[in-house]
Design a protein around this ligand. Structure first.
Ligand code: COA
Length: 260
């Protein structure tokens, strides 16, 4: 595993914790961080010992305070497009085959909110805050915010956040369905790891297929989604884990899933 300049990587049994490590810059996403984020996910994708990834920001002030605004200065439309077209962190998260949980410990703004939105679950501390403040800079969200936020919380709430740039607190984010849980900061890691470990105990192939199936829901019409669900459901029947899961239930014991 290569070492990273802007990230920390820790493993706790089947859970990998990736920490964006620029706390003095509120973990803002510069090009290096985006590249390393995509690279670490490529490594973790291929590592069968990792079943769930937790993504967080260093320190207790920020998850990610957005794109690194310093890099916007002087950038042309063409150079910005080239940067965004390169190995995108948002796409790397979105297409990652295992669950990724955003552990949100403070400012979750702009590109940071978009990173959280690309993840599968969002667990926030009480001091977390959320927003798409790009409008204040004369730009709009470009990391999927207009699409993923709208799908998650509905057009009215997404429109308000994106047009006003308003920052909302963790409880409000919970109320609109932007985050799954809100807990005190000192319980954030324990709560996140509890959920991560619960998922990591399941059959990894079924978890991956379940993630794929759920993601299809917001990208297709109902008939196509239901058809693809049946295919993915049937695919589970090709795994040893399905035989193990069914046998374990019938034999009244805990299943030992192998990820095959
Ligand atoms: N890009 C680049 N640098 C950022 C940053 C960003 N998105 N967010 C914070 N920083 C830097 C600050 O410039 C400052 O750097 P400095 O110490 O070299 O001056 C450092 O992080 C600390 O920020 P500061 O504003 O002093 O901390 P704070 O805790 O008082 O406020 C924020 C935190 C997140 C509210 C504030 O920094 C902010 O509004 N950031 C921009 C958020 C944003 O618009 N994001 C969307 C970008 S598209």
């Amino acid at each position: 595993m290569p070492s990273f300049e802007t990230l920390l990587l820790e493993r706790r049994e089947h859970v990998a914790i990736v920490t964006i490590n620029r706390p003095d810059k509120r973990n803002a996403l510069n090009i290096k961080t985006r590249e390393e984020g995509a690279a670490v996910l490529e490594e973790l994708r291929a590592d069968d010992s990792v079943r769930v990834v937790v993504l967080t920001g260093a320190g207790d002030k920020a998850f990610i305070a957005g794109a690194d605004i310093n890099e916007f200065a002087g950038r042309t439309a063409i150079s910005q497009r080239a940067v965004m077209g390169a190995r995108s962190l948002f796409t790397a998260i979105d297409t990652f085959p295992k669950p990724i949980i955003a552990m949100i410990n403070g400012y979750c703004l702009g590109g940071g909110c978009e990173v959280a939105l690309a993840c599968d679950l969002r667990i926030a501390s009480e001091n977390a805050s959320f927003g798409q403040p790009e409008i204040n800079l004369g730009i709009i969200p470009g990391g999927g915010g207009t699409q993923r936020l709208t799908r998650l919380v509905g057009e009215g709430k997404a429109m308000e956040m994106i047009l006003t740039g308003e920052i909302i607190d963790a409880q409000t984010a919970f109320a609109i369905g932007l985050v799954n849980h809100v807990v005190p900061l000192d319980q954030l890691q324990a709560k996140t790891l509890e959920i991560a470990n619960r998922i990591a105990e399941k059959g990894p192939v079924a978890v991956s297929l379940a993630k794929e199936a759920v993601k299809i829901a917001s990208r297709s019409n109902l008939d196509e989604g239901l058809r693809r669900e049946v295919d993915l459901f049937a695919l589970c029947f090709s795994t040893e884990d399905k035989d193990e899961g069914v046998s374990a239930f019938l034999e009244k014991r805990k299943p030992a899933f192998k990820g095959r």
